[in-house]
Write a protein that binds this ligand. Sequence first.
Ligand SMILES: [Zn+2]
Length: 278
Amino acid sequence: MRAAGSGTNGKRLGCDLLLSEVIVRVLPFSRPGNIALPFFHLQGDGFWHLLPKHENISLGSQITSLVRLREEVVGARLGEEVYDCVRTREDRDRLRSVLIDTYFSPETRRFVLEQSAINRGAFVYSEELLSHPEDPTVRETLSVEEAHRPAVRDHGFRRAVVTAYSHRCALCGIRVRTLAGHTAVTAAHIIPWSETQDDRPVNGMALCRMCHWTFDEGLIGVSQVYEVITSRQLNSYDNLPSYLTNLEGRSIVGPSKEQFWPDTESLRWHQENVLLTR
Ligand SMILES: [Zn+2]
């Protein structure tokens, strides 16, 4: 779901705002956040124009769920006056400060600003990782406060790897992405971050939760010719789902772009240091 300027080129406003994460941090714990409500109701303020997905079908009187919003709305167009206020980075920062100072209590302003800095930092970091998938020095470009570095790194690495694999598990191949945008895969480091601080996308694979766990536990590995290796220990369990035990010798489901395929040296390290040989 995106907001675009009113110009005919539909220019985007910088990075996507992960507003749902902001909502989670500023609402009371007992109240679940729902980004669909402000996205829909902002249209009443005159500067926010929803763009229906189907041109000749008008939107319902009320859209209250993200699922319905995604089904019926392409995005939103900003009115000309507001768009003029957010054309440059400086203007956006100024508008953000005014909105936060006006509408948030002093106690919550800090959380909103923190999460905003993390989201922007993570987006920039992930774009750098995707642009230089084999450059080990990219992490040095992180220009965020020390306290935010772990979260920015974590979010940025996850976004880069999951994007490179188009949300598909490299081992079992499942790909599930809900209308709310939740994905079945996470980003796994092949050589753990704690060993080499290596966030290159080629030191990662998108894996579903089960495959991620078995990979980290050394029950599954990947050969240098990108075939799945299963340990004998994996095959000794009776209650594993059959799709896991049938993976031996199968090719992984790699990224569509060759430049993001796993680094064979990282895979060798995993075989020698993590994969269980018994
Ligand atoms: Zn999987």
